[in-house]
Design a protein around this ligand. Structure first.
Ligand SMILES: NC(=O)c1ccc[n+]([C@@H]2O[C@H](COP(=O)([O-])OP(=O)(O)OC[C@H]3O[C@@H](n4cnc5c(N)ncnc54)[C@H](O)[C@@H]3O)[C@@H](O)[C@H]2O)c1
Ligand SMILES: O[C@H]1[C@H](O)[C@@H](O)[C@H](O)[C@@H](O)[C@H]1O
Length: 334
């Protein structure tokens, strides 16, 4: 039986996920969509033979929907996730899980009261083959204990609505999650450094920003988050261990020799760079939901990332390093 999925938010990634669920993933179909922009919801509904619902709540409650994928704007996520839990439906929520730690806690409480995991967060890099290979190298001991991380997250051009905080909560949050997952430990402290401003950045956007994190075991992490690289969407990560290093490769691309040059393409958009990771993420989620056991990033992971993001933002406002303090992890999330 095909899993019937309702998609909330038919903007950029919402439409891409609908295409993926329809054309790439097996065992699922999109039966319902909604968006506050009715025109684009109706267009997607028509294209994919789905129902168009006036609100997210109507979609969540519909008997035509077994599971929900949330791809609307960040501040709308928490409310929809809570409605899904109330309806007893599995939900894959795009990152971030919520924009406040209080909402993340509410979600964990609701899920624990329900009694089983229903929530997965869209930290899709965990499904990228190269990050997975890096994790295997770390775990094999080949580079010794990790000591330092150098990472960078460069978008080609800013999105006009991107705020200073979103550099952390919307973009940097991928780095926060993937490094927790690679290193398998939580952060102890956080700091943001800012310096010379890119004159091409959006008005009012402090760009670039350097996020400094230190894990509980003392691993020092420096992440450049740059919303206006001007040349491409470029994600880099290098872990320095006691006896060696491991580095995320550039995505495989054709190597071209011509006109006296040796070149390869750099993607310009996030949607091109992690296409396989999104496919793997959604296929695994559909398989897991059908088996009624989620294995992907949990509400706890969403909470840990949110608390870390909050600490980074406080540090940028205060100019000092601030502690990252998580509640005790409930056994439910072990
Ligand atoms: N995992 C990833 O790599 C990744 C990539 C892109 C976006 N995202 C996340 O996905 C979400 C959407 O991003 P996007 O780039 O597609 O943005 P977008 O602006 O292109 O699309 C968002 C859509 O949500 C709709 N919307 C807003 N509020 C709504 C509400 N209350 N109910 C229903 N629809 C509503 C908007 O009208 C818009 O069509 C964001 O939370 C973003 O962080 C994740
Ligand atoms: O910086 C961007 C990220 O790299 C993408 O993966 C998306 O999450 C997008 O919303 C962010 O603005």
């Amino acid at each position: 039986m095909e899993l019937r999925i309702g998609v909330i938010g038919t903007g950029g990634i919402g439409r891409d996920h609908i295409r993926r669920l329809t054309d790439v993933i097996t065992g699922a179909k999109v039966t319902a969509v909604t968006d506050i922009n009715k025109e684009i919801a109706d267009k997607a509904a028509k294209q994919y033979h789905a129902l168009s619902f006036p609100t997210g709540e109507d979609l969540i409650e519909s008997p035509e929907v077994d599971a929900v994928l949330i791809a609307s704007w960040d501040p709308t996520h928490a409310g929809y996730v809570l409605s899904c839990i109330q309806a007893g439906k599995y939900v894959l929520c795009e990152k971030p899980l919520a924009t406040t730690a209080r909402d993340c806690l509410k979600i964990m409480d609701a899920e624990m009261s329900y009694g089983k995991r229903l929530v997965q967060v869209g930290f899709m890099r965990r499904y990228d083959k190269d990050y997975r290979a890096m994790k295997e190298v770390i775990q094999s001991g080949r580079i010794g204990e990790p000591l330092l991380v150098h990472a960078c997250h460069r978008n080609r051009t800013h999105i006009t609505s991107h705020s200073n905080d979103m550099t952390v909560t919307n973009s940097g949050i991928h780095e926060i999650d993937i490094l927790r997952w690679l290193l398998e430990e939580e952060y102890a402290s956080a700091q943001v450094l800012t310096g010379k401003q890119n004159k091409n950045a959006a008005e009012g956007l402090q760009d670039p920003q350097i996020l400094l994190l230190k894990t509980k075991n003392g691993v020092q992490i420096g992440i450049e988050v740059n919303m206006t690289s001007g040349y491409g969407y470029d994600i880099q990560c290098e872990i320095v261990g006691e006896t060696g290093t491991v580095r995320l490769p550039d995505p495989s691309a054709l190597l071209i020799r011509s006109e006296g040059k040796h070149t390869h393409q750099i993607f310009t958009e996030w949607s091109q760079r992690f296409v396989d990771a999104y496919d793997n993420e959604l296929q695994q989620w559909v398989n897991d939901v059908k088996k009624a056991t989620l294995s992907g990033p949990s509400a706890w992971d969403g909470y840990a990332a949110c608390i870390t993001a909050d600490a980074l933002i406080r540090s940028r406002n205060s100019g000092t390093s601030v502690p990252v303090t998580l509640q005790r992890r409930p056994e439910f999330y072990d």
